[in-house]
Design a protein around this ligand. Structure first.
Ligand SMILES: C[S@@+](CC[C@H](N)C(=O)[O-])C[C@H]1O[C@@H](n2cnc3c(N)ncnc32)[C@H](O)[C@@H]1O
Length: 200
């Protein structure tokens, strides 16, 4: 879900030989198909263009559903797991995400150190405990992993450095957002949250 240009989808197909429905909103499915063909995985990775609340899949169709750097865009509301995400997988199937977040929650949504660099779309960035509560209270799944990635910020910095040089030419928007964030994060509040669960 939210596969973007499908790098993770290609990785999963190549490394694990699995079939992937690579679903995204902003990236064109035909463009992704060309990429999957070039990577030699077009027989395993199917590009789908669909909004996360209007998906074309049957309930219980998938063994697993994952969202890398995307679940926060559509999944930070109470209803998304019960109404959509959990329905995609069969009982015993796996659900998971990895995305940016904070090490803890703050009353105004972000720490003082990030004043000035925080932008409204980041209000869906939360702590691992916040996410565990969002999913846990539904009773729909058993959480099997929930942690902050070790050394998240050096990994994030690599993306920030790439963005500084290439993001604007690729996406037409300023590419310095992540650099400014990481530079401002003097208290190390930023992290990358991992969560996985099994559907009951
Ligand atoms: C930051 S990109 C991450 C892309 C990719 N997973 C990666 O790690 O490179 C976020 C992706 O989420 C997708 N996305 C955001 N909102 C969405 C929505 N409502 N429905 C489906 N996909 C969505 C966007 O299309 C975008 O490609």
């Amino acid at each position: 879900m939210g596969c973007g240009k499908g790098l993770t989808s290609v990785f999963l197909a190549k490394e694990y030989g699995i079939t992937v429905f690579a679903n995204d909103l902003w990236v064109d499915a035909t463009e992704n198909l060309r990429r999957f063909e070039q990577e030699g995985v077009a027989d395993k990775v199917y590009p789908i263009h669909a909004e996360a609340h209007a998906l074309p899949y049957a309930n219980g169709f998938f063994d697993a559903v994952i969202a890398i750097d995307s679940y926060n865009y559509f999944g930070a509301c109470e209803n998304y797991l019960p109404d959509v995400f959990s329905k995609l997988v069969k009982p015993g199937g796996q659900l998971g995400f990895v995305h940016p977040g904070l090490k803890r929650e703050y009353p105004k949504g972000y720490p003082d150190s990030l004043e000035g660099v925080w932008i409204p779309e980041m209000f869906n960035w939360h702590s691992k405990d916040w996410w565990a509560h969002l999913w846990g209270k539904t009773g729909l799944c058993k959480i099997t992993a929930c942690y902050d990635i070790n050394d998240a910020k050096p990994l994030w910095r690599a993306w920030a450095d790439w963005s500084l040089e290439h993001f604007e030419e690729e996406w037409g928007e300023p590419g310095d957002v992540d650099t400014k964030l990481l530079d401002a994060d003097t208290n190390d509040d930023l992290t990358i949250v991992v969560m996985a669960a099994t559907k009951k």
